[in-house]
Design a protein around this ligand. Structure first.
Ligand code: NAI
Ligand code: MG
Length: 347
């Protein structure tokens, strides 16, 4: 269990420290943690946000626990030297093509959601977003028209091979949850979506235990607000997933609670809270480490198949929240280390 730990900038080291304490407390056999430098701190030490030594650690590890990067004192740097390049570089270098974002409202936090408490309380879903294709990576350009106007374009495309590999991730995730997969596309108007839908249906033959449904993306946006409790796993493309995952995660209440995984072929993955380096609260023991602790649960589940330990961590966090262990992001007074202590006690 070789795990790379890239804490990064701002609150990254603070929240990562608590997550590593939780991971170590499980006493797993063969656990081998290797720290590496990323982001602004890496640039200061080595002149690059993603030094070769860090990449070597990433390649040699089975999984990566990532804190956050972002440092305003690097704003003057050229784009390729900015801290954020560390995340993009790791995604590209490791072929991380599947982004998993669970959204769940913990008991007692229904009132923190933007939705009505009885609607928010039913949310427990996972969005599986394809991360390497779609309009973001298609042919693109801007041209000036004969009449002096301009036209911009970004080509949307998916090959069946690209859809197949993300579909497998979606079906397997559904098998590990409540056995329901909703594939979101726009097959009524887009050819890309026709390939998407045909391929998802083809792959579904290998997962007879998963109940597959299809939904157009505009309806999915509506249902996520109207009846989010009906979803289990959603699988969708890069563009639709970008929008729907932000929408779903904000139904939950606080950015300090949201974990994510970015997976490559096989079980290798990068796990991180969805928040950034939060320079406004860095170094003040104010950051909520629960998102990073929950990222450790995802790491154990998806990279090591350790479902029991993942659930133990999630239950400890849920119990702490039910007991009123709230950080500043939830209007409480618990500091970063105290929240870590509270989760450890319940673990
Ligand atoms: P942010 O997520 O760092 O902070 C947004 C707001 O949420 C701030 O008020 C912050 O105090 C609060 N917040 C964030 N995490 C929290 C936590 N765990 N507990 C309590 N409060 C928390 O986003 P922002 O301010 O837009 O970006 C700051 C820096 O982070 C930028 O340099 C940005 O580029 C970088 N960033 C990095 C990401 C990554 O490493 N994957 C993701 C998003 C932003
Ligand atoms: Mg986004």
């Amino acid at each position: 269990m070789r795990i790379a730990v890239f804490a990064g900038d701002g609150i990254g080291p603070e929240v990562t420290r608590e997550a590593v304490r939780v991971l170590k407390a499980l006493d797993l056999p063969g656990l081998d943690l290797v720290e590496g430098d990323v982001g602004g701190m890496a640039w200061r030490k080595h002149g690059h946000p993603l030094p070769q030594a860090t990449l070597d650690i990433a390649h040699s590890a089975d999984a990566i626990l990532f804190g956050a990067v972002g440092d305003f004192s690097c704003d003057h740097l050229e784009r390729h030297l900015r801290p954020e390049q560390a995340v993009l570089g790791l995604r590209k270098e490791l072929g991380l093509f599947a982004n998993l974002r669970p959204a769940r409202v913990f008991a007692g936090l229904e009132g923190h959601s933007a939705l009505r408490p009885e609607v928010a309380g039913a949310i427990d879903l996972l969005i599986v977003r394809e991360l390497n294709g779609d309009v973001y990576f298609g042919e693109k350009g801007i041209e000036t028209l004969p009449d002096g106007g301009r036209r911009g374009w970004d080509m949307m495309s998916y090959t069946d091979a690209e859809v197949r590999r993300i579909a497998h991730v979606g079906f397997k995730a559904a098998q590990g949850r409540n056995g329901k997969l909703c594939s979101v596309d726009k097959a009524n108007v887009l050819e890309t979506s026709q390939v998407w839908r045909d391929t998802v249906i083809e792959v579904s033959a290998q997962y007879p235990d998963v109940e597959l449904t299809h939904m157009y993306v505009d309806n999915a946006a509506m249902q996520l607000v109207k009846n989010p409790g009906a979803f289990d796993v959603i699988v969708t493309g890069n563009l639709f997933g970008d929008i729907l995952s932000d929408q779903a995660s904000m139904c939950v209440g606080s950015i300090g609670l949201l974990a994510s995984a970015s997976m490559a072929e096989g079980t290798k993955g990068l796990y991180e809270p969805i928040h950034g380096s939060a320079p406004d609260i860095a170094g003040q023991d104010k950051a909520n480490p629960m998102a990073t602790i929950l990222s450790v649960a995802m790491l154990l589940r998806h990279s090591f198949g350790r479902e029991a330990e993942a659930q133990r961590i999630e239950a400890a966090v849920a119990q702490a929240l039910a007991d009123g262990v709230f950080g500043g992001d939830l209007g409480g007074t618990f500091g970063t280390a105290a929240i870590g202590d509270a989760v450890l006690e319940r673990l």
